[in-house]
Design a protein around this ligand. Structure first.
Ligand code: BT5
Length: 332
C-alpha cells in the first residue's frame, strides 16, 4: 500500500497548487515524499492511467488539470477522518462483487477496516443469493471488521451499518428511513441495501464483511423494471449529482464511530438511533421467511435486532430473519 500513500501525497500536493493554477516542481514533490524524481515520474504516469490529467512541463514541473470522478484511494484519503476504517482502500473499476473480494482478502489476513470499493459490479450480491444490480456511478463498498464479540451478536452490525448509512445520507440533506432489517429508503423507495457476511469458528468471529450498496449517481434505467419501481438514487432524490467521495468518507467515519460505541457497550444508543429512523411502527406488515410467512403489526425490534410482530391474536413474537412488506392500511 506504500504506492497508494505516495500517490495520495502527490495528488494532495498537486491539489494544493491546483487552486492557484500553479506548478509544483518534481524536485519539491520528490523531497516531500522522500523519493527520487524518477519515482515521482512513475507515480505521475500511474496517476494518469487512473484518470488524472497531469501536465508535465520542463523546468516548471507538474500541474493538475483535472481529477477523475472515481472513488480512488487518492481521492478518499484526504477526506477521511477515521483512524482504522478505510485506511487501506482497494479500488476496482469493475469487479464481480466487493463482498466476495473482501472475503478473499480477509481470508488472507487483511486488517480490520480494509475497504474494497468498485465503480461497477458484475455480480453484486443481495441476501439469499439475490442479485444486486450495480451499474457505474453507484457506491458499491465492502469493509472488513474483526470485532471481539460473540457470534450471536454479529447481526447487530447490520443495524449499525443501517444507522451509519442513514446518517451519511442525512448529511447530504436527505431524509432517509430504515426498513427492517437492512434497507434504507427515500420516499418509500430503496436507495441502499446492506449485506453482512460472517466467518466464525464455533463462537468466535474470525471476520465480518459489511457490504453496502448505495444508488448514488447511477442511472435508474439500468435497474431491471421490477426492482426499478421500488428503487431510487441519491441523485434522483436530490435533483443533482452527489459527491460520492465525501459521502463515502462520512459513511466510513459513521461506521467507525458506531462500531466503537457498540464495542464500548453502547448498543442501546445504536438501537435508539435505528428506531428513530424506522417508520414501520404500528404498520400492518407481512414477514416472509424461508419457510412460511406471518402477518401482524410491527412493534419494534428486540435487543438482538430481531423484528417483533404482534400477531392478530395479540401475542408478540420475535423473528431473526425474513423480508418485510408493509401493507398500505393499518391493522384495526
Ligand atoms: C440487499 O439485499 O439489499 C443487500 C445488497 C448489498 C449490496 C452490496 S454492494 C457492495 C457489496 N458487494 C456485494 O456483492 N453486495 C454488497 P436484498 O435485501 O436481498 O435485496 C435484493 C433485492 O433488491 C433484489 O432482489 C432486487 O429486487 C432489489 N435490487 C437489486 N438491485 C437493486 C438496486 N441497485 N437498487 C434497489 N433495489 C435493488
Amino acid at each position: 500500500m506504500k504506492g497508494h500513500s505516495t500517490e495520495a501525497a502527490v495528488i494532495k500536493a498537486l491539489k494544493e497548487k491546483h487552486g492557484d493554477c500553479d506548478y509544483i516542481s518534481g524536485e519539491d514533490l520528490a523531497a516531500q515524499s522522500s523519493i527520487s524524481r524518477a519515482a515521482i515520474w512513475k507515480h505521475v504516469k500511474s496517476l494518469r492511467q487512473k484518470g488524472y490529467e497531469i501536465e508535465a512541463t520542463p523546468r516548471r514541473g507538474y500541474r493538475l488539470l483535472s481529477s477523475p470522478d472515481a472513488l480512488l484511494a487518492e481521492e478518499l484519503f484526504p477526506l477521511l477522518a477515521t483512524t482504522t476504517f478505510g485506511r487501506t482502500i482497494v479500488y476496482k473499476d469493475t469487479i464481480d462483487s466487493t463482498n466476495r473480494y473482501a472475503k478473499e482478502l480477509a481470508e488472507k489476513g487483511a486488517e480490520e477496516g480494509t475497504v474494497v470499493i468498485a465503480n461497477e459490479q458484475r455480480r453484486g450480491k443481495g441476501r439469499l443469493d439475490r442479485r444486486w444490480v450495480s451499474p457505474p456511478g453507484g457506491i458499491w463498498l465492502s469493509i472488513i471488521l474483526r470485532p471481539a464479540i460473540p457470534l450471536q451478536e454479529a447481526s447487530k452490525f447490520t443495524l449499525l451499518a443501517a444507522v451509519a448509512a442513514a446518517r451519511a445520507i442525512e448529511t447530504a440533506g436527505l431524509n432517509p428511513e430504515i426498513k427492517w432489517p437492512n434497507d434504507i429508503l427515500i420516499g418509500g423507495k430503496k436507495v441502499c441495501g446492506i449485506l453482512l457476511e460472517i466467518s466464525a469458528q464455533s463462537d468466535r468471529i474470525d471476520y465480518l464483511v459489511i457490504g453496502l450498496g448505495i444508488n448514488a449517481n447511477n442511472d435508474l434505467d439500468t435497474i431491471p423494471i421490477d426492482s426499478r419501481e421500488h428503487a431510487t438514487t441519491l441523485a434522483a432524490a436530490l435533483g443533482k449529482k452527489i459527491d460520492r467521495r465525501s459521502l463515502v468518507a462520512t459513511l466510513l467515519l459513521e461506521l467507525e464511530n458506531r462500531s466503537k460505541t457498540l464495542l464500548a457497550g453502547g448498543w442501546q444508543e445504536i438501537l435508539d438511533e435505528w428506531m428513530k429512523r424506522c417508520r414501520m411502527f404500528g404498520r400492518h406488515i407481512i414477514l416472509r421467511m424461508l419457510h412460511g410467512e406471518v402477518e401482524g403489526e410491527f412493534v419494534g425490534v428486540d435487543q438482538s435486532g430481531a423484528i417483533r410482530i404482534q400477531l392478530p391474536g395479540g401475542e408478540i413474537k420475535s423473528f431473526a430473519a425474513g423480508d418485510v412488506s408493509v401493507k398500505k392500511q393499518r391493522l384495526t
